[in-house]
Design a protein around this ligand. Sequence first.
Ligand SMILES: [Zn+2]
Ligand SMILES: [Zn+2]
Length: 350
Amino acid sequence: VQQIVFISPGRVTAETAADPAIESPTQAIVRPLAIATCDLDVALLHGRVPMQGPFPLGHEGVFEVVDVGEDVRGHARGDVVAVPYHVSCGGCPPCRHGRTAGCTGHGGADTGLLAGQCYGLARGAQNWGGFLADRVRVPFADHMLVPIPAGVEPVTVASASDNIADGWRTVAAPLAAEPGAPVLVVGGSPSIGLYAAAIAVALGSEHVAYVDDDPDRLQRAALLGVHPVDGLPKRLGPYPVTVDAGAQPERLALALRSTAPGGTCTSIGIYYAPTELPLLDMFLADITFRTGMAHSRTVMPDVLDLVATGRLHPEIVTQRVVGWDDAVAALGSVTGKLVITGPAPSAAAA
Ligand SMILES: [Zn+2]
Ligand SMILES: [Zn+2]
């Protein structure tokens, strides 16, 4: 297999490794059609994530099924599918409750982001490889492979595996509880905040504001039908639904200060250091705060359906699309959502 490996910040390399093979009758082998960088990959490549290379990179993508084990019933060679970033079995208690990122049925010892069950990240990449490979092995294939609806281009939904699903979970449940509620997204990470804001518009929020200090993201927000707010004030709103997509303590504080009494604030941020929360203010205003990994497998069908209806346009968030042969150079200078199209079938290993 040809794969792209993260070495250290700013440095990736292409290398050849052993071809992944079907090791159990419920597994599948897939080949990439479109792979995206996660916001975490961008942070990793810029040296802001405490993970040591080398490991195979990539955990967002759309694939074509090239082989299935004999017990796989729901998928066949040629199917076009998205694969979630996190391995899950579909049958254990957390999976049955929709908490697929907490799967305990995968056979590994631990659960969680850094525990070895995510493609393309740290220990998980040692176990499962990364999506930036011309062949990828997928366990629990009937559960893990999510069909792409007819008419949806792989390049458009390459981030459905993780970042678009991550945006979805910040607004879908609060808007289901309070239909039409105004939403504030505090941006900062390359794509998740924009996806969250665009999904809030698509799900019927009466007013969606996106606050950030990045001109490129503010421009994309406007194209997504979102009200852009330039700069980082101390407080906005208040809004019944807020999102911290900044992953910086001061942006988290802005989201929390802007949450209306009784409202919900969801953070997609990964805070590696202890971070202050204004718990007294939150208590007095009855604010619900949510954090944690996205259970993307559970929401991916809804995300893909929303794109298929034409109400959500993730391609507006994408900064750059490059071919497979340009992937290494593009990753070395990545600043936002990068989508890499797969190698031609004839060029891939048989
Ligand atoms: Zn990710
Ligand atoms: Zn499970």
